[in-house]
Design a binder for this molecule. Structure first.
Ligand code: URQ
Ligand code: ZN
Ligand code: ZN
Length: 480
């Protein structure tokens, strides 16, 4: 079946132009004027609308086992909710338990993801180290289409990667042409501050941000960057929430290092006052790490997105319902960390970014789709409306409005962090693999239709070193 999107304006990261788009066999086969579409094609009239590459969310945790429970959103419900919001691909995380073989964990997550209704891929976390991890990283890159490895610098005693693990893994990633990524928070400092809060009798969600101040994030971001600089490997820092980590990235990029930064829709729009809300349920529903920050940090995130020092936006979609959050009613350190927004990312960033003039439409496409495709090496299969690309397309109605609510969203969670926010700019249609899966409020997601997307390794600079690294390479001094 073909889909013919006519009368719209194509908006890519590099240009906008009036054109029709024909999708056939899951691919975009023509973009332009006077396209000869088959009479059997399903038609989308995109008059007055924008035709953009489907969103790619580089950071989700569907049905993740975590902190004694499992995230409520599974790969089917989560990807379906994404489609309703214009997101056509996610990159989720395989997180091996300490001592669990990376390959075993990877196969387990692949099994869980078979029910996905949109395309997906996996970063794999390195949570421990021995020779088998070294070997499995190679197999994952060469035979399983993984080109990114995640390091949690937080979550002491759960999955924290210490300096030794990070050093071993960053070196191995360089050898393999893969990119290390980090959750940047100093896990030891968080742990000690949490104990202090509990000792002081501050046991509610208000203690969560107090135990994870911006300095804790800035320290870890800077440390990860220094590791990456030491080994001359690129680095991607997930969910930057504050000025401290943005400044570390900005500094490194000014020094010529390939350091990329992501920020979350939630961190751009929500501030830390939510943790001081008198209702436990409301405050706990916002417990995620890093926490929501004071407003000046949101300004820093927007400025970095505008200036190009942050390149991607994500959601860190990791949902827990009220009964799960209640596990931490007496002790905030036991509240499962995570919030959701896979359905809402595009709309809230359009509304707060494009409608306010902070982002151009092309920049919006860059930070919601194209840059992620490029950084994680699936471009131009994904991230562009161009001939030959996968037919993952969102038709965007800039005048459509929606008031976000847990009562009407498609996410499998009983809370929405954007509850009550009215956005202007919504997807009227989402096309996934050439099928119309969202049409004027009707979701036609198909369980199991999502495909695993291989991400090949990156071309390496000669010998793993650029010119500067070669100049600075250690040399033995021959003495007489
Ligand atoms: O840290 C993360 O990214 C995961 C485990 C989800 N939870 C969260 O609070 N961000
Ligand atoms: Zn994280
Ligand atoms: Zn995460």
């Amino acid at each position: 079946m073909s889909v013919f999107i006519k009368n719209g304006t194509v908006v890519n990261a590099d240009q906008s132009f009036k054109a029709d788009v024909l999708c056939d066999g899951g691919r975009i086969v023509a973009v332009g004027e006077d396209i000869d579409a088959p009479s059997s094609a399903e038609i989308i009239d995109a008059s007055g609308q924008y035709v953009m590459p489907g969103g790619i969310d580089p950071h989700t945790h569907m049905q993740m086992p975590f902190m004694g429970t499992t995230a409520s959103e599974d790969f089917y419900t989560g990807t379906a909710a994404g489609l309703a919001g214009g997101t056509t691909m996610i990159i989720d995380f395989v997180i091996p338990a300490p001592q669990e073989r990376l390959l075993d964990a990877y196969e387990k997550w692949r099994g869980w993801a078979e029910k996905a209704s949109a395309d997906y891929s996996f970063h794999v976390a390195v949570t421990w180290w021995d020779d088998s991890v070294h070997e499995d990283m190679g197999t994952l890159v060469h035979e399983r289409g993984v080109n990114s490895f995640k390091h949690f610098m937080a979550y002491k005693n759960i999955m924290m990667a210490d300096d030794e693990i990070m050093a071993n893994s960053f070196r191995r990633a360089l050898e393999l042409g893969a990119i290390p990524t980090v959750h940047a928070e100093n896990g030891e400092l968080v742990y000690q501050l949490q104990q202090e809060m509990l000792k002081a009798g501050i046991t509610g969600p208000e203690a969560h941000p107090l135990s994870r101040p911006p300095a804790v994030e800035g320290e870890a971001a800077d440390r990860a960057i220094r590791f990456a600089q030491t080994f001359n490997v690129p680095l991607y820092i997930v969910h930057n929430s504050c000025k401290d980590s943005v400044d570390a990235i900005t500094r490194a990029r000014a020094e010529g290092h390939r350091v990329y930064g992501e920020c979350l829709a939630g961190h751009l729009l929500i501030d830390d006052s939510v943790y001081r809300h008198p209702d436990f349920e409301f405050a706990a529903a916002h417990v995620m790490s890093p926490p929501f920050r004071a407003p000046e940090h949101q300004d820093a995130l927007w400025r970095a997105l505008q200036g190009g020092n942050l390149q991607t936006t994500a959601t860190d979609h990791c949902c827990f319902c009220a009964d799960q959050k209640a596990m931490g009613r007496e002790d905030f350190t036991k509240i499962p960390n995570g919030t959701g927004s896979v359905e809402d990312r595009l709309a809230v960033i359009w509304d707060a970014g494009v409608n306010t003039g902070r982002l151009t439409m092309n920049e919006f496409v860059a930070v919601t789709s194209t840059n992620t495709a490029q950084i994680f090496n699936v471009y131009p299969r994904k991230g562009t409306v161009s001939v030959g690309a996968d037919a993952d397309v969102v038709v965007w109605d800039p005048e459509g409005t929606r008031t976000i609510s847990a009562k009407t969203h498609h996410q499998n969670v009983d809370f929405n962090i954007f509850e009550g926010r009215t956005v202007r700019g919504v997807p009227s249609h989402t096309v996934s693999q050439g099928r119309i899966v969202w049409r004027d409020g009707e979701l036609r997601a198909e369980r199991g239709a999502g495909r695993y997307i291989d991400r090949p390794p990156f071309a390496r600079p000669f010998d793993g070193m650029d010119e500067r690294a070669r100049r600075n390479a250690p040399q033995k001094v021959e003495r007489t």
